[in-house]
Write a protein that binds this ligand. Structure first.
Ligand SMILES: C[S@@+](CC[C@H](N)C(=O)[O-])C[C@H]1O[C@@H](n2cnc3c(N)ncnc32)[C@H](O)[C@@H]1O
Length: 206
């Protein structure tokens, strides 16, 4: 993909800030995930009154869409420019924070009813997946859930990315250390070109 360099220990190094600075952000479709609205209409009980964290929120489309429905949303991203842009127009008062989702600040631990995942998991080097799962577990209240539209990018070879390939089976396995899989569904709407390449999944915190 040309997004990343490899470090000596073969970990992917992506300079996310540089991506935003140079405008090389092919993941940013200029709008929130199309699956959010139909999902909220179909399963409103999942969202009612919830405090939600959006990891790797980018410039905040999803976080703002969720906040539009009255949810109390915190969006976190490692790229300062993404967060600065997210804050520019923020009518529903999303709390945007520059942070590394793998080193969650103590003040956010156990703070959320839901994590909304969208193209953050697939952006991380696969060696960091277990850390991602543990971090999401830490963010959530005991009854919390991770709800995501997981981009599985099935067309690339393993370990080639980001975005990295995964599958529902692999996701269930990786999350099983800290979560139980409640359901898998197909999104009712998607960005052009992502048909059949993303899946809605709900994981409940153990
Ligand atoms: C593929 S982009 C997706 C952005 C957004 N979810 C969207 O759909 O537009 C991945 C995002 O994760 C952020 N990111 C990557 N590693 C991160 C980390 N360790 N902590 C916080 N954010 C991270 C990047 O800066 C980038 O904005």
């Amino acid at each position: 993909m040309g997004w990343a360099e490899r470090s000596a220990n073969n970990l992917t190094i992506v300079d996310w800030q540089e991506r935003y600075l140079s405008g090389d952000t092919p993941w940013d479709k200029g709008a929130s995930a199309p699956s959010i609205q139909p999902l909220i209409e179909e399963k409103p009980e999942l969202f009612s009154g919830h405090r939600v964290f959006v990891p790797g929120c980018g410039i905040g489309h999803d976080a703002k869409e969720l906040a539009k429905y009255g949810l109390n949303v915190v969006g976190g991203d490692i790229a300062p420019l993404a967060i600065a842009r997210a804050k520019e127009e923020n009518p529903h008062q999303v709390d945007f924070r520059e942070l590394n989702i793998l080193t969650i600040p103590e003040s956010l631990v156990g703070n959320f009813d839901m994590v909304w995942e969208h193209t953050c998991f697939c952006a991380l080097d696969p060696t960091l997946r277990a850390d991602y799962v543990a971090a999401m577990w830490k963010l959530l209240k005991p009854s919390g859930v991770v709800l995501g539209v997981f981009f599985t990018n099935p067309d690339v070879i393993p370990n080639e990315g980001p975005p990295y390939k995964t599958s529902c089976e692999e996701l269930r396995e990786i999350f099983s250390s800290h979560f139980s899989l409640e359901w898998v569904d197909e999104p009712k709407a998607f960005y052009q070109g992502r048909e059949g390449r993303e899946h809605l999944m709900l994981f409940k915190r153990l």
